[in-house]
Design a protein around this ligand. Structure first.
Ligand code: UTP
Length: 274
C-alpha cells in the first residue's frame, strides 16, 4: 500500500519572478488555495496520508500553511469567515507533514534523492504541485495507484503534447500493454528533446509512482540536460529492465509553473466555481 507522497518544492520558480523572490511558487494561489494544497488534496483523495515535502531557502510559508494558526483561528471563531479554513484544517487532521531541505538545487532527480530520508524503503508517489490536475472522477494520482497495484513497478503519468513543445518535457516511447489504449511499457525516455530528436509526443507530467530502488539509481546518476540530475535519466535505468509503465491519465492538467498555464487554471477554476 502506498502511503507516502513526496512534493519536491525546492525550485527557484524563476518564471514567476518577482512573485517568487520571497514567496514559494507552490504557495501561489489559484483562486483562494495555494498550488500545494491542491496537490495534498489529490494525494489524500488517493488514500495517502504521509506528506514529505522537499523545501529550500525561502520556503517556510509552506510549513506554516500546513499548521494551525491559533491567533487567526481565535480571531475568526464564530464568525462567517470560520468555514474558510475548514478544508485546510481537515487536511491537517488527516495527514502528517514532514520536511527536509535540498541545500543545493541540483535538479528534480536530486530533490527526490534528498527525500530518501523521509520515504525509506517503500514505493511512494511524487507530485509536482505546479502541475495542477483535475478530473471528473478519480484524481490522477488515484488512477495511477490502480495502475501500480496491477504492475507493481514505477508509473509515470503522460499526456500527448504538440510536437513543438517536446523540449519542455521528459518524453517517452513505449508499447501498449494488455490490449489497453492508455498504458504503455516504456522502452525509451529522453529529457527535453528537440522535436526532431523526440521519439514521440508523449510527455511526462508531474505525477510519478516510484519504487525505492530509484534512490540507488539516483545516487549514481550523472548530471544530464541542463547540468541537473534528472529523474528521467534514472527512470530510463528502470525502463531498460521493463520496470516503468506510462499511463495516459484521464483528466486535465495545467502547467502552473508557466504564466499562461497559471492563468488558464485560474480561469478554469473560476468558471467551475461560478
Ligand atoms: P521546474 O523545472 O519547474 O523548476 O521544477 P523551478 O525552479 O521550480 O521553476 P523555474 O523553471 O525556475 O520557473 C520542477 C519541479 O521540481 C522541483 C521544483 O520545485 C518543481 O516542483 N525542483 C526542481 C526541486 O525541488 N529541486 C530542484 O533542484 C529542481
Amino acid at each position: 500500500m502506498i502511503k507516502k507522497c513526496l512534493f519536491p518544492a525546492a525550485g527557484y520558480g524563476t518564471r514567476f519572478l518577482p512573485a517568487t523572490k520571497a514567496n514559494p511558487k507552490e504557495m501561489l494561489p489559484v483562486l483562494t488555495k495555494p498550488l500545494i494544497q491542491y496537490g495534498v488534496e489529490e494525494a489524500v483523495e488517493a488514500g495517502l496520508n504521509t506528506m514529505a515535502i522537499i523545501t529550500g531557502r525561502g520556503k517556510r510559508a509552506i510549513e506554516d500553511h500546513f499548521d494551525i494558526s491559533y491567533e487567526l483561528e481565535h480571531q475568526i471563531k464564530g464568525t462567517s469567515k470560520e468555514p474558510l479554513l475548514n478544508e485546510i484544517r481537515s487536511l491537517i487532521s488527516q495527514c502528517t507533514f514532514s520536511y527536509t531541505r535540498q541545500v543545493e538545487m541540483k535538479g528534480l532527480g536530486h530533490a527526490i534523492l534528498t527525500g530518501e530520508t523521509l520515504i525509506g524503503n517503500e514505493a511512494f508517489a511524487v507530485i509536482l504541485a505546479d502541475d495542477l490536475c483535475t478530473s471528473t472522477k478519480d484524481s490522477v494520482l488515484k488512477q495511477m495507484i490502480k495502475v501500480y497495484e496491477k504492475y507493481q513497478c514505477s508509473i509515470v503519468a503522460i499526456e500527448e503534447i504538440p510536437m513543438e513543445d517536446t523540449s519542455k518535457y521528459g518524453v517517452i516511447a513505449g508499447n501498449l500493454v494488455d490490449g489497453t489504449d492508455d498504458t504503455y511499457r516504456v522502452t525509451d525516455m529522453v529529457e527535453k528533446p528537440d522535436p526532431k530528436d523526440a521519439p514521440t509526443n508523449m510527455a511526462i507530467i508531474g505525477r510519478y509512482i516510484l519504487t525505492p530502488d530509484i534512490f540507488d539509481i539516483l545516487r549514481t546518476t550523472k548530471p544530464g540536460k541542463g547540468g541537473e540530475i534528472q529523474i528521467t535519466d534514472a527512470l530510463l535505468e528502470q525502463a531498460k529492465q521493463g520496470k516503468v509503465i506510462a499511463y495516459k491519465f484521464k483528466g486535465k492538467r495545467f502547467d502552473c509553473g508557466s504564466v499562461d498555464g497559471f492563468v488558464e487554471a485560474t480561469n478554469y477554476f473560476y468558471n467551475k466555481q461560478n
